[in-house]
Write a new protein. Sequence first.
Lengths: 209, 265
Amino acid sequence: MTESFISRGFRGRRQSGTTAGRLPPGQYETRDFPVLSAGPTPRPSLAAWDFTLRGPGEAPAARWTWSEFQALPHETVTRDIHCVTKWSKFDTVWEGVSVDTLLAEAKAQGVEPAPYVLAVSDGGYTTNLPLADVTGGKAWIAASYNGQPLAPEHGGPARLLVPHLYFWKSAKWVRQLRMMAKDAAGFWESLGYHNYGDPWREQRYSGDT
Amino acid sequence: MNDGSVSAAPRTAAIVWQLATVVDVIMETPTARTIILDVPHWPGHRAGQHVDVRLTAEDGYQAQRSYSIASAPQDPRIALTIERLDAGEVSPYLTEVLAIGDRLELRGPIGGYFVWDAAREGPLLLVAGGSGIVPLMAMLRHRAAALEHADMPARHKVPARLLYSSRAWDDTIYRDELARLMAGDDALDVMLTFTREPPLRWTGFRRRIDRMMLAEVAWPPAERPHVFVCGPTPFVEVAASALVELGHDPALVKTERFGPTGGSV
């Protein structure tokens, strides 16, 4: 119905040659770093902070305190990120621990993997992902941005970083990854947003193919 | 928030693009314009939700943005109020080029968290910075429409307060309608604060929103008001953090932020 529609008088701003091809459909580039979150910014103390990786059901969990987490091998990654609210930001630089590293440590402690994970954050936020999307060098628990400790409004002390999916999947203030035998919708996924959220297929809302 | 609980993935129909027609435009301030739209297949919305707007140039180039709905769910026409951003790609078109009779492609409604329903009793506290007033206005209009024939005791079951920060009187969106709504409703309070140029002889607040102001304006945390905060990111960070410090349950403080981490309202 709308394929031939043209907005009278709209010219728009084309992408530059260097960024063409890096913007998923419906996105625009921003140089700022916008902040989106559904509630107040939690400010946990690092002394009380921990991160856990839990097996499916009531299975045992691997746990790291802040200093134990900081002692794990860190990686620096540079990635483009894409928010469902339409902005994309190129070449963001993060430092964090690969989820692969955490999973390997957890497995040594008897935590079994499962096909899905739920990220659980301070403040009650959750988001669900297939295990395959957080393994194989695709996801990190990031604690620094641009060489600085991650600011609270951007998810500090640590957030999940899954740059190949819309950025709501990169849960701020993450405290736990919970293995799930069956997929279950997280916070935005149960409020009308897409269950998977691939920006290149423009999977913004539930019902988008 | 949902305390880490999860539900089965919902199966919902796709939110499809459709063509709306501009039936009216209203200049609200020198930089903000309301567009009134007739949307033939509008499925209805809840106060606080938004739409995605898509513009298409002659060569097929497209740009999308999200805008909050300003109209009440009871209103058959959809109102969007758009603040013109000087460096913007889409807002200058919507505020300066789009005219009555033009068509506009949109899809929605979107968002299921930053929403309020008048059937929900208890105090409603709205905190707006700049054009953050827009989704909160939908809530006030929804409340007014729901209570149109209600008596005072019924109104007092859903008392509402709006604290609205803008730079100057001329930048205050919906100022006349807010005054009208308040004049006819004992259970509604509208409090303005001006960060740059308060009107002459203004006796109200004349500073950025802070903890002391929120302590003065908000219901005590024990009354468990439903709080909605919308505005530029630094504004929302300050307001939401202050409310939590004052003892409000973070789960009752819903926020919507826009723009980068630096801002001026």
